[in-house]
Write a protein that binds this ligand. Structure first.
Ligand code: ARG
Length: 230
């Protein structure tokens, strides 16, 4: 049994296309997930019980159910009760498709729950005395949060956020199941066109590995720059 990579060489642009979609998906997910996670973290610190309850229910449900199920819910379940995203054709065939946009929402909401916990750990790592110091200087709770606590917490959570990005590069492969043209999906395309199975899997694996390795290196550099371990 010989492997024949020559058959799949002309599919390199397809793999590349999928790679870009995976990067876009993971990046959008981590950015949106961070915003959602930050809101949820702040809600968990709120003095209003209802906000704390909503945030807690959100993180528990999201972290307690499979990502694949959540993706199916957003894509096939919620539309039945009238909750669905439209396609946005001006964003192109792939990025504007209902599947891609829904995947962004499902993954971001999933990631937000994990990021929420990450941020909460970061905030709790900042000494309580700093809030008291801010308050005694006449800053409001929110001002102290913004000016003093959050900037420090960011350094603490940065490695975790980098990790989440790497995680989403890999976990986002689940969207290939619903037909989003990411790197994992290119395996289906190339397999169907060349009847090769092993070779495209190797190529896809190498691409994921290169992406996560590059990201790890980038994160290490960034952490050094920010003196996270000072
Ligand atoms: N495979 C896990 C699941 O299905 C992955 C979730 C991880 N998500 C994250 N944002 N870290 O639930």
């Amino acid at each position: 049994v010989a492997l024949d990579f020559s058959k799949i060489v002309k599919w390199l642009p397809t793999f590349w296309q999928g790679t870009l979609v995976t990067i876009a998906l993971a990046l959008m997910t981590v950015v949106l997930g961070s915003i959602i996670g930050l809101i949820a973290t702040l809600m968990k610190q709120s003095r209003f019980k209802i906000l704390r309850f909503i945030a807690k229910a959100y993180t528990q449900v999201v972290r307690g159910t499979p990502l694949l199920l959540q993706l199916f819910l957003w894509l096939y379940g919620f539309p039945i009760i009238g909750i669905s995203l439209p396609a946005l054709p001006f964003l192109g065939d792939i990025l504007g498709s209902r599947e891609f946009l829904t995947a962004v929402v499902a993954l971001s909401i999933n990631s937000g729950a994990y990021i929420c916990e990450l941020l909460r750990g970061g905030l709790q790592s900042i000494d309580k005395g700093q809030m008291e110091a801010g308050r005694s200087l006449g800053l409001s709770r929110a001002q102290t949060m913004r000016a003093i606590i959050i900037p420090q917490a960011v350094r603490v959570v940065l490695p975790g956020l980098g990790n989440e990005f790497i995680m989403m590069i890999k976990e986002s492969s689940i969207v290939s199941v619903v037909g989003v043209f990411d790197v994992m999906y290119t395996y289906n395309i190339v397999k169907a066109s060349t009847y090769s199975i092993f070779e495209p899997l190797i190529v896809v694996g190498i691409i994921y590995f290169l992406l996560t390795s590059a990201l790890t290196a980038l994160m290490n550099l960034l952490e050094k720059r920010m003196h996270v371990y000072d």
